[in-house]
Design a protein around this ligand. Structure first.
Ligand code: ZN
Length: 279
């Protein structure tokens, strides 16, 4: 089953790619996460905002959710597709890395590097590099090291399986994208971790839609018996999500925001346009 789902990419109606075998146009922003619904919780508002500005966005989930207490990997695939539609992403796929066993191996780095070469994002959003869940912080390191590999011109990355017939994949759009590529900018979505963000993105206008994308994971977030001791009810989830967004919004002087960290210093051209009031 996992093999069948491996390249079951989601291609949204908003995608403007030609139906021919032309090269896949580069993504502007790719968000990578360990699990389906991580992006919706940590940076879905920012992704939606960028899509609304006309940028091409994508989501790479490393795992398919087969270890989830509720629902199956198939349930999560259809829910992820719906969430992607709500967030207006151009591209979304899940790799076949085992859920609960995201490891920073050479093989996994090559899988991610392949996707980075194919999609050629300018901005890569990774999970923050520390956290409670090993899959989350391992995905961060894995994503960074895969980005490095993806830029090595002498490293051929060809060991991927072709997509099963009948399932459209971005591989159908030509092989131009296998050329070396590194994202220009890597930023870290830090909402899962209690750290002070380097910057926040105002998602006041996107908050409700972003919440709707999370609720698309019906198998995870509807009130039901299975696993009810682990998963809070919808009203509680709403309160938590809103509280976090309001907290980070307050730091930026807006209503709702999502937090990010980057490792580089900020570069300022005009001192008069620096946002966020000091006093
Ligand atoms: Zn997760």
């Amino acid at each position: 089953m996992i093999a069948r789902l491996l390249y079951s990419g989601i291609h949204m109606a908003t995608d403007q790619r030609p139906a021919t075998n032309d090269a896949f146009p580069a993504l502007d922003i790719l968000a990578l996460a360990a699990h389906r619904d991580d992006v919706e919780q940590t940076c879905g508002g920012a992704l939606l905002k960028m899509a609304e500005r006309g940028h091409r966005t994508g989501i790479l989930d490393l795992t398919q959710g087969e270890m989830g207490t509720r629902g199956t990997a198939e349930d999560r695939a259809s829910e992820a597709a719906e969430a992607a539609r709500i967030l207006k992403v151009t591209w979304r796929q899940a790799l076949d890395i085992p859920d609960g066993r995201v490891e920073n191996t050479w093989e996994n780095r090559l899988k991610v590097a392949r996707v980075i070469r194919e999609l050629r994002p300018r901005v890569l959003i990774l999970p923050y590099w520390e956290g409670r869940h090993p899959d989350h912080y391992t995905a961060s390191i894995l994503g960074y090291e895969a980005s490095f590999l993806a830029g090595l011109s002498k490293l051929p990355i060809t060991d991927h399986a072709p997509p099963p017939s009948g399932i459209k994949s971005f591989y159908d759009y030509g092989s131009v994208g296998v050329a070396p590529h590194r994202p220009f900018k890597i930023i870290y979505a830090s909402l899962y971790r209690d750290v002070r963000p380097t910057f926040v993105v105002d998602i006041t206008d996107q908050f409700e839609t972003r919440f709707a994308s999370l609720m698309a994971y019906k198998s995870q977030f509807t009130d039901q018996e299975a696993g009810s001791g682990i998963f809070p009810a919808r009203a509680e989830i709403r309160a938590r999500i809103e509280s976090m967004a309001r907290f980070y919004g307050m730091l930026g002087g807006v209503t709702y925001a999502e937090p990010f960290v980057h490792k580089e210093v900020g570069l300022v051209d005009d001192l008069l346009t620096i946002p966020v009031k000091s006093i």
